[in-house]
Design a protein around this ligand. Structure first.
Ligand SMILES: Cc1ncc(COP(=O)(O)O)c(C=O)c1O
Length: 274
């Protein structure tokens, strides 16, 4: 797969950055990730805006403007051997003289092979496990996912698809997705201390004619009362959740309202860029 680094294109084996980069020495940097549908970048402007927002939260500046980024992305997609691909944009803290002070950032953009969830996860729903944790600077997409990676590998035997973060009794988000609850006509999603997912925003826009939308960080202890739960992300789309820890959600099956939203989302992605 082709890599763009600071203005030039490299093959996978040629692509290199310095070991003095703060992303290696301190895990300092930001990224964003989106995908193609029909070989075109999906909701590109939304992802570029979030990338820009993450950069300003951590005080880094992206060396290319949106038009230049978009042109690099088009070139990378045209070189991708796969029908559809993921695109990762990374902005690092730069090569630091004292292993602490940020320098001129390194910008890396590359296409990646896609790992889609199993069809069975959508038809049967998935299990998630909870963990009390609050991400650092949650509105920024920081490079550091240590907590998610550690908890995921510790819980592989529980067959959980995601780690659900809660803090002081309230659910915020999952380690790589946003969280939604359906209770009757109400669609509830956390709003504070989260990464504002692009898929979350798409779902909220689609759902407003059928649901009363409430944006609040949902209490963990009320999970026993909810009808349906799902999580959303760029790669998962809308993924139904049937169990959180030992708590079965609703009747333990993928609910009607989630299925309806999954269909709306599929129609939206099918139609985009045709
Ligand atoms: C912490 C976190 N929350 C939410 C999301 C979902 O965001 P999106 O729908 O833009 O993929 C992600 C995606 O990676 C994430 O890392």
């Amino acid at each position: 797969m082709a890599h763009f680094i600071n203005g030039d294109f490299f093959s996978e084996t040629e692509a290199k950055i310095s070991i003095d980069d703060l992303s290696i020495l301190r895990g300092f940097g930001i990224f964003d990730y989106f995908r193609t549908y029909n070989r075109k970048p999906f909701l590109l402007n939304d992802y570029l805006k979030r990338f820009q927002n993450s950069a300003s939260i951590v005080g880094l500046s992206i060396p290319l403007n949106s038009t230049e980024l978009s042109s690099v992305i088009d070139q990378l997609i045209s070189q991708s051997p796969n029908d559809e691909c993921g695109i990762r944009m990374i902005l690092t803290g730069g090569n630091s003289f004292d292993a602490f002070t940020p320098e001129k950032p390194n910008l890396i953009i590359r296409t990646e092979k896609f790992q889609l969830p199993l069809e069975k996860d959508y038809s049967e729903g998935v299990i998630v496990i909870s963990y009390e944790y609050q991400r650092d600077l949650p509105e920024a997409k920081l490079l550091n996912y240590s907590s998610a990676i550690i908890h995921n590998s510790r819980n592989l035997d529980k067959k959980a698809s995601e780690i659900l973060y809660h803090f002081r009794g309230k659910i915020t988000e999952a380690s790589r997705s946003n969280f939604f609850v359906i209770q009757g006509e109400r669609l509830i999603t956390p709003e504070k201390h989260i990464l504002k997912g692009i898929t979350r925003q798409t779902v909220l826009t689609m759902a407003q004619k059928d649901f009363a939308i409430e944006k609040e960080n949902f209490p963990m202890h009320l999970l026993s009362d909810v009808d349906e739960v799902f999580i959303t992300s760029t790669t998962k789309g809308i993924m139904p959740v049937i169990k959180i820890d030992d708590q079965i959600i609703g009747n333990g099956k993928v609910g009607k309202a989630t299925r309806h939203l999954m269909e709306l989302y599929k129609n939206f992605t099918d139609k985009t860029h045709l």
